[in-house]
Ligand binder design. Structure first.
Ligand SMILES: Cc1cc2nc3c(=O)[nH]c(=O)nc-3n(C[C@H](O)[C@H](O)[C@H](O)COP(=O)(O)OP(=O)(O)OC[C@H]3O[C@@H](n4cnc5c(N)ncnc54)[C@H](O)[C@@H]3O)c2cc1C
Length: 317
Protein backbone atom coordinates (compact mmCIF):
# COMPACT_ATOMS: atom_id res chain seq x y z
CA UNK A 1 0.00 0.00 0.00
CA UNK A 2 1.22 3.49 -0.84
CA UNK A 3 2.45 5.45 2.14
CA UNK A 4 1.22 9.06 2.49
CA UNK A 5 4.81 10.36 2.44
CA UNK A 6 5.26 8.83 -1.04
CA UNK A 7 2.67 11.33 -2.29
CA UNK A 8 4.44 14.40 -0.86
CA UNK A 9 6.44 16.23 -3.51
CA UNK A 10 9.41 18.47 -2.82
CA UNK A 11 9.98 21.80 -4.56
CA UNK A 12 6.69 21.86 -6.46
CA UNK A 13 5.95 24.91 -8.69
CA UNK A 14 2.82 26.84 -7.73
CA UNK A 15 2.40 29.69 -10.26
CA UNK A 16 0.23 27.62 -12.62
CA UNK A 17 -2.10 26.81 -9.70
CA UNK A 18 -3.03 30.48 -9.31
CA UNK A 19 -5.08 32.83 -11.48
CA UNK A 20 -2.30 35.48 -11.18
CA UNK A 21 0.17 32.95 -12.69
CA UNK A 22 2.74 34.24 -10.19
CA UNK A 23 4.80 32.68 -7.41
CA UNK A 24 7.65 30.32 -6.59
CA UNK A 25 7.61 26.70 -5.46
CA UNK A 26 6.31 24.91 -2.39
CA UNK A 27 9.01 23.35 -0.23
CA UNK A 28 6.64 20.37 0.17
CA UNK A 29 3.39 19.81 -1.72
CA UNK A 30 0.48 17.42 -1.20
CA UNK A 31 -2.80 16.98 -3.09
CA UNK A 32 -5.49 16.18 -0.54
CA UNK A 33 -8.25 13.99 -1.96
CA UNK A 34 -9.23 11.56 0.83
CA UNK A 35 -10.68 12.32 4.23
CA UNK A 36 -8.63 9.43 5.65
CA UNK A 37 -5.40 11.29 4.79
CA UNK A 38 -6.28 14.52 6.60
CA UNK A 39 -5.15 13.62 10.09
CA UNK A 40 -2.01 11.87 8.82
CA UNK A 41 -0.76 14.69 6.60
CA UNK A 42 -1.25 17.31 9.32
CA UNK A 43 0.51 15.05 11.85
CA UNK A 44 3.41 14.61 9.40
CA UNK A 45 3.81 18.39 9.07
CA UNK A 46 3.44 18.94 12.82
CA UNK A 47 6.07 16.32 13.52
CA UNK A 48 8.48 18.13 11.18
CA UNK A 49 7.45 21.54 12.63
CA UNK A 50 6.44 22.70 9.15
CA UNK A 51 4.20 25.63 8.43
CA UNK A 52 1.01 24.53 6.58
CA UNK A 53 -0.63 26.51 3.78
CA UNK A 54 -3.96 25.53 2.25
CA UNK A 55 -4.54 26.23 -1.44
CA UNK A 56 -7.91 26.01 -3.19
CA UNK A 57 -8.29 27.34 -6.72
CA UNK A 58 -5.61 29.97 -6.16
CA UNK A 59 -7.94 32.74 -7.38
CA UNK A 60 -7.50 35.06 -4.41
CA UNK A 61 -3.83 34.65 -3.50
CA UNK A 62 -0.47 36.29 -4.14
CA UNK A 63 2.34 33.75 -3.76
CA UNK A 64 5.85 34.99 -3.02
CA UNK A 65 8.41 34.73 -5.84
CA UNK A 66 10.75 32.97 -3.39
CA UNK A 67 8.16 30.25 -2.87
CA UNK A 68 6.53 28.88 0.26
CA UNK A 69 8.38 27.30 3.18
CA UNK A 70 6.74 24.24 4.70
CA UNK A 71 3.86 22.17 3.33
CA UNK A 72 1.33 23.40 0.78
CA UNK A 73 -1.86 21.33 0.76
CA UNK A 74 -3.88 21.59 -2.45
CA UNK A 75 -7.56 20.81 -1.90
CA UNK A 76 -8.47 18.19 -4.50
CA UNK A 77 -11.44 16.56 -2.73
CA UNK A 78 -14.04 16.86 -5.43
CA UNK A 79 -17.05 14.72 -4.52
CA UNK A 80 -20.42 16.34 -5.05
CA UNK A 81 -24.00 15.08 -4.92
CA UNK A 82 -27.56 16.27 -4.89
CA UNK A 83 -29.85 15.24 -2.07
CA UNK A 84 -33.36 16.63 -2.59
CA UNK A 85 -32.98 20.41 -2.55
CA UNK A 86 -29.52 20.21 -1.03
CA UNK A 87 -26.04 20.07 -2.58
CA UNK A 88 -23.42 18.10 -0.65
CA UNK A 89 -20.09 19.43 -1.87
CA UNK A 90 -16.47 18.79 -0.95
CA UNK A 91 -14.16 21.79 -0.56
CA UNK A 92 -12.09 21.16 -3.70
CA UNK A 93 -15.10 21.31 -6.05
CA UNK A 94 -15.09 24.47 -8.15
CA UNK A 95 -17.96 26.94 -7.89
CA UNK A 96 -18.50 26.45 -11.62
CA UNK A 97 -18.89 22.65 -11.27
CA UNK A 98 -21.23 23.04 -8.30
CA UNK A 99 -23.31 25.51 -10.33
CA UNK A 100 -23.47 23.08 -13.29
CA UNK A 101 -24.81 20.27 -11.11
CA UNK A 102 -27.26 22.64 -9.43
CA UNK A 103 -28.48 23.85 -12.81
CA UNK A 104 -29.04 20.33 -14.14
CA UNK A 105 -31.18 19.65 -11.05
CA UNK A 106 -33.14 22.94 -11.27
CA UNK A 107 -31.56 24.23 -8.08
CA UNK A 108 -30.89 27.94 -7.67
CA UNK A 109 -28.39 29.67 -5.32
CA UNK A 110 -25.03 29.79 -7.12
CA UNK A 111 -25.81 31.60 -10.38
CA UNK A 112 -24.00 34.76 -9.23
CA UNK A 113 -20.68 32.88 -9.28
CA UNK A 114 -20.70 31.98 -12.99
CA UNK A 115 -17.42 33.04 -14.55
CA UNK A 116 -15.31 33.32 -11.39
CA UNK A 117 -12.31 31.28 -12.56
CA UNK A 118 -10.96 28.27 -10.63
CA UNK A 119 -12.50 29.26 -7.25
CA UNK A 120 -13.32 26.31 -4.99
CA UNK A 121 -16.07 25.84 -2.46
CA UNK A 122 -13.53 25.92 0.42
CA UNK A 123 -11.98 29.24 -0.64
CA UNK A 124 -15.41 30.72 -1.35
CA UNK A 125 -16.80 29.77 2.08
CA UNK A 126 -13.69 31.08 3.85
CA UNK A 127 -13.95 34.49 2.19
CA UNK A 128 -17.77 34.47 2.06
CA UNK A 129 -17.55 35.10 -1.69
CA UNK A 130 -20.37 37.20 -3.11
CA UNK A 131 -21.63 39.10 -6.10
CA UNK A 132 -24.82 40.87 -7.11
CA UNK A 133 -26.08 40.87 -3.47
CA UNK A 134 -25.82 37.07 -3.20
CA UNK A 135 -23.23 35.35 -1.05
CA UNK A 136 -22.08 31.95 0.13
CA UNK A 137 -23.64 32.70 3.53
CA UNK A 138 -27.11 32.67 1.86
CA UNK A 139 -26.87 28.98 0.96
CA UNK A 140 -24.50 27.38 3.51
CA UNK A 141 -26.46 25.15 5.86
CA UNK A 142 -23.55 23.33 7.50
CA UNK A 143 -19.79 23.06 6.99
CA UNK A 144 -17.76 20.01 7.90
CA UNK A 145 -14.54 21.31 9.40
CA UNK A 146 -11.30 19.63 10.40
CA UNK A 147 -9.90 21.37 13.48
CA UNK A 148 -6.12 20.90 13.46
CA UNK A 149 -5.71 21.95 17.08
CA UNK A 150 -8.06 19.18 18.26
CA UNK A 151 -7.49 16.67 15.44
CA UNK A 152 -11.23 16.18 14.95
CA UNK A 153 -13.92 16.78 12.32
CA UNK A 154 -16.80 18.96 13.50
CA UNK A 155 -20.01 20.23 11.91
CA UNK A 156 -20.45 24.00 11.93
CA UNK A 157 -23.89 25.52 11.49
CA UNK A 158 -24.28 28.65 9.34
CA UNK A 159 -24.38 30.72 12.54
CA UNK A 160 -21.12 29.19 13.82
CA UNK A 161 -19.42 30.23 10.55
CA UNK A 162 -19.89 33.85 11.69
CA UNK A 163 -20.29 35.20 8.16
CA UNK A 164 -20.23 38.89 7.30
CA UNK A 165 -18.93 40.93 4.33
CA UNK A 166 -15.92 38.89 3.03
CA UNK A 167 -15.50 37.40 6.52
CA UNK A 168 -16.00 34.12 8.33
CA UNK A 169 -14.69 32.22 11.34
CA UNK A 170 -12.32 30.45 8.92
CA UNK A 171 -10.38 33.68 8.32
CA UNK A 172 -9.97 34.20 12.06
CA UNK A 173 -9.10 30.65 13.14
CA UNK A 174 -6.39 29.25 10.88
CA UNK A 175 -6.60 25.81 12.54
CA UNK A 176 -9.87 25.22 10.69
CA UNK A 177 -9.80 23.37 7.38
CA UNK A 178 -13.05 23.42 5.43
CA UNK A 179 -13.61 19.85 4.28
CA UNK A 180 -17.13 19.95 2.80
CA UNK A 181 -20.45 21.74 3.03
CA UNK A 182 -24.17 21.27 2.63
CA UNK A 183 -25.95 24.00 0.66
CA UNK A 184 -29.69 24.63 0.95
CA UNK A 185 -30.81 25.54 -2.56
CA UNK A 186 -34.11 26.77 -3.97
CA UNK A 187 -36.03 24.95 -6.69
CA UNK A 188 -36.60 27.12 -9.77
CA UNK A 189 -37.24 26.83 -13.51
CA UNK A 190 -34.08 25.77 -15.34
CA UNK A 191 -34.49 28.66 -17.80
CA UNK A 192 -34.53 31.22 -14.98
CA UNK A 193 -31.37 29.77 -13.37
CA UNK A 194 -29.63 29.59 -16.74
CA UNK A 195 -30.46 33.20 -17.59
CA UNK A 196 -29.16 34.49 -14.26
CA UNK A 197 -25.94 32.50 -14.66
CA UNK A 198 -25.39 33.78 -18.20
CA UNK A 199 -25.99 37.38 -17.03
CA UNK A 200 -23.34 36.91 -14.32
CA UNK A 201 -20.89 35.49 -16.86
CA UNK A 202 -21.54 38.28 -19.36
CA UNK A 203 -21.11 40.93 -16.67
CA UNK A 204 -17.67 39.50 -15.81
CA UNK A 205 -16.62 39.27 -19.46
CA UNK A 206 -17.69 42.88 -20.05
CA UNK A 207 -16.49 44.58 -16.86
CA UNK A 208 -13.49 42.57 -15.66
CA UNK A 209 -10.03 42.52 -17.21
CA UNK A 210 -9.29 39.33 -19.11
CA UNK A 211 -5.56 39.28 -18.19
CA UNK A 212 -4.48 37.10 -15.22
CA UNK A 213 -5.49 38.60 -11.85
CA UNK A 214 -6.66 37.54 -8.40
CA UNK A 215 -9.98 39.38 -8.52
CA UNK A 216 -10.51 42.33 -6.20
CA UNK A 217 -7.30 43.30 -4.44
CA UNK A 218 -8.94 45.30 -1.63
CA UNK A 219 -12.15 44.98 0.33
CA UNK A 220 -14.76 47.62 -0.33
CA UNK A 221 -15.10 50.38 2.24
CA UNK A 222 -17.40 50.83 5.20
CA UNK A 223 -19.13 54.24 4.70
CA UNK A 224 -18.98 55.01 8.45
CA UNK A 225 -15.21 54.61 8.47
CA UNK A 226 -14.83 56.68 5.29
CA UNK A 227 -16.96 59.45 6.83
CA UNK A 228 -14.80 59.43 9.95
CA UNK A 229 -11.55 59.42 7.93
CA UNK A 230 -12.45 62.15 5.42
CA UNK A 231 -15.74 63.93 6.11
CA UNK A 232 -15.39 66.40 3.23
CA UNK A 233 -14.76 63.72 0.59
CA UNK A 234 -17.58 61.62 2.06
CA UNK A 235 -20.14 64.45 2.18
CA UNK A 236 -19.30 65.80 -1.27
CA UNK A 237 -18.83 62.58 -3.26
CA UNK A 238 -18.65 59.20 -1.59
CA UNK A 239 -21.93 59.35 0.37
CA UNK A 240 -23.71 59.32 -3.01
CA UNK A 241 -21.78 56.20 -4.10
CA UNK A 242 -22.88 53.68 -1.48
CA UNK A 243 -23.60 50.40 -3.29
CA UNK A 244 -26.31 47.79 -2.84
CA UNK A 245 -24.27 45.97 -0.20
CA UNK A 246 -23.94 49.17 1.83
CA UNK A 247 -20.24 49.59 0.98
CA UNK A 248 -18.24 52.10 -1.10
CA UNK A 249 -16.37 50.69 -4.09
CA UNK A 250 -12.59 50.69 -3.65
CA UNK A 251 -12.30 50.63 -7.44
CA UNK A 252 -13.93 54.07 -7.53
CA UNK A 253 -11.55 55.40 -4.87
CA UNK A 254 -8.46 54.07 -6.70
CA UNK A 255 -9.79 55.62 -9.89
CA UNK A 256 -10.26 58.96 -8.09
CA UNK A 257 -6.64 58.73 -6.92
CA UNK A 258 -5.64 58.75 -10.59
CA UNK A 259 -3.92 55.38 -10.36
CA UNK A 260 -5.73 53.46 -13.11
CA UNK A 261 -3.18 52.09 -15.56
CA UNK A 262 -0.22 52.60 -13.16
CA UNK A 263 2.39 49.93 -13.88
CA UNK A 264 5.27 48.49 -11.88
CA UNK A 265 7.32 45.87 -13.74
CA UNK A 266 4.78 43.49 -15.28
CA UNK A 267 1.95 44.39 -12.88
CA UNK A 268 -0.66 46.99 -13.82
CA UNK A 269 -3.71 48.53 -12.18
CA UNK A 270 -6.42 47.47 -14.59
CA UNK A 271 -7.98 50.09 -16.85
CA UNK A 272 -11.24 48.10 -16.84
CA UNK A 273 -11.57 47.85 -13.03
CA UNK A 274 -9.22 49.77 -10.73
CA UNK A 275 -9.56 47.24 -7.88
CA UNK A 276 -7.93 44.60 -10.09
CA UNK A 277 -4.17 44.31 -10.60
CA UNK A 278 -3.32 42.35 -13.72
CA UNK A 279 -0.27 40.37 -14.75
CA UNK A 280 0.60 41.76 -18.18
CA UNK A 281 2.88 38.81 -18.89
CA UNK A 282 5.93 38.70 -16.69
CA UNK A 283 4.79 40.23 -13.39
CA UNK A 284 6.50 39.08 -10.21
CA UNK A 285 4.88 38.93 -6.77
CA UNK A 286 7.22 41.76 -5.84
CA UNK A 287 5.80 43.95 -8.66
CA UNK A 288 2.26 43.28 -7.42
CA UNK A 289 3.20 43.87 -3.76
CA UNK A 290 4.84 47.20 -4.67
CA UNK A 291 1.74 48.29 -6.58
CA UNK A 292 -0.48 47.34 -3.63
CA UNK A 293 1.77 49.31 -1.32
CA UNK A 294 1.64 52.34 -3.65
CA UNK A 295 -2.18 52.25 -3.73
CA UNK A 296 -2.39 52.02 0.08
CA UNK A 297 0.09 54.84 0.63
CA UNK A 298 -1.58 57.11 -1.92
CA UNK A 299 -5.07 56.46 -0.46
CA UNK A 300 -3.76 57.27 3.00
CA UNK A 301 -1.77 60.36 1.98
CA UNK A 302 -4.30 61.90 -0.42
CA UNK A 303 -7.61 60.86 1.17
CA UNK A 304 -6.71 59.72 4.70
CA UNK A 305 -8.39 56.40 3.94
CA UNK A 306 -6.96 53.02 5.00
CA UNK A 307 -7.41 50.17 2.50
CA UNK A 308 -7.38 46.50 3.51
CA UNK A 309 -6.42 43.62 1.24
CA UNK A 310 -8.94 41.00 0.20
CA UNK A 311 -6.26 38.90 -1.50
CA UNK A 312 -4.30 36.58 0.75
CA UNK A 313 -0.51 36.69 0.85
CA UNK A 314 1.19 33.29 0.78
CA UNK A 315 4.85 32.76 1.59
CA UNK A 316 5.45 36.34 2.78
CA UNK A 317 6.80 36.68 6.31
C1 LIG B 1 -11.41 37.14 -12.40
C2 LIG B 1 -11.83 36.95 -10.95
C3 LIG B 1 -13.09 37.34 -10.54
C4 LIG B 1 -13.48 37.20 -9.20
N1 LIG B 1 -14.74 37.59 -8.85
C5 LIG B 1 -15.14 37.43 -7.57
C6 LIG B 1 -16.47 37.80 -7.18
O1 LIG B 1 -17.29 38.23 -7.98
N2 LIG B 1 -16.80 37.65 -5.87
C7 LIG B 1 -15.91 37.15 -4.95
O2 LIG B 1 -16.28 37.04 -3.77
N3 LIG B 1 -14.66 36.80 -5.30
C8 LIG B 1 -14.25 36.92 -6.57
N4 LIG B 1 -12.98 36.57 -6.93
C9 LIG B 1 -12.01 36.15 -5.90
C10 LIG B 1 -11.94 34.63 -5.65
O3 LIG B 1 -12.33 33.90 -6.75
C11 LIG B 1 -12.76 34.20 -4.47
O4 LIG B 1 -12.31 34.85 -3.32
C12 LIG B 1 -12.72 32.69 -4.23
O5 LIG B 1 -13.70 32.38 -3.31
C13 LIG B 1 -11.39 32.13 -3.75
O6 LIG B 1 -11.45 30.71 -3.78
P1 LIG B 1 -10.17 29.81 -4.10
O7 LIG B 1 -10.57 28.39 -4.01
O8 LIG B 1 -9.54 30.22 -5.35
O9 LIG B 1 -9.26 30.17 -2.86
P2 LIG B 1 -7.65 30.40 -2.82
O10 LIG B 1 -7.35 31.59 -3.62
O11 LIG B 1 -6.96 29.14 -3.18
O12 LIG B 1 -7.45 30.65 -1.31
C14 LIG B 1 -7.96 31.82 -0.69
C15 LIG B 1 -7.79 31.65 0.84
O13 LIG B 1 -8.64 30.60 1.28
C16 LIG B 1 -7.90 29.60 1.97
N5 LIG B 1 -8.55 28.30 1.67
C17 LIG B 1 -8.76 27.75 0.45
N6 LIG B 1 -9.40 26.57 0.59
C18 LIG B 1 -9.58 26.38 1.92
C19 LIG B 1 -10.18 25.34 2.71
N7 LIG B 1 -10.72 24.25 2.15
N8 LIG B 1 -10.19 25.47 4.06
C20 LIG B 1 -9.64 26.57 4.66
N9 LIG B 1 -9.06 27.57 3.97
C21 LIG B 1 -9.04 27.49 2.62
C22 LIG B 1 -6.48 29.73 1.45
O14 LIG B 1 -5.54 29.27 2.41
C23 LIG B 1 -6.37 31.23 1.22
O15 LIG B 1 -6.05 31.89 2.43
C24 LIG B 1 -12.58 36.66 -8.26
C25 LIG B 1 -11.31 36.24 -8.69
C26 LIG B 1 -10.94 36.36 -10.01
C27 LIG B 1 -9.58 35.90 -10.44
Amino acid sequence: MENITDKIQANHPLASLTTFKIGGSAEYFFELTNKEDVSEIFAWAKDKKLNITILGGGSNVLINDQGVKGLVVLMKNEKIKVSGKRLEVEAGVTLNNALSLALSNNLSGLEWSKGIPRATIGGAIRGNAEAFVNSMSDIVETVLVYDRSKNIFENYSNKMCDFSYRQSIFKKNLDLLIWSAVFKMTEKEKKEIEEKAINSLNFRIEKYPQLPSAGSVFMNLDPKIVEKSNKKLYDEILCHKIGRLGTISVGLVIDMLGLKGKTIGGAKISLEHANFIVNTGNATADDVAQLISLIKTTARDKFGIALHEEIQYIGFI
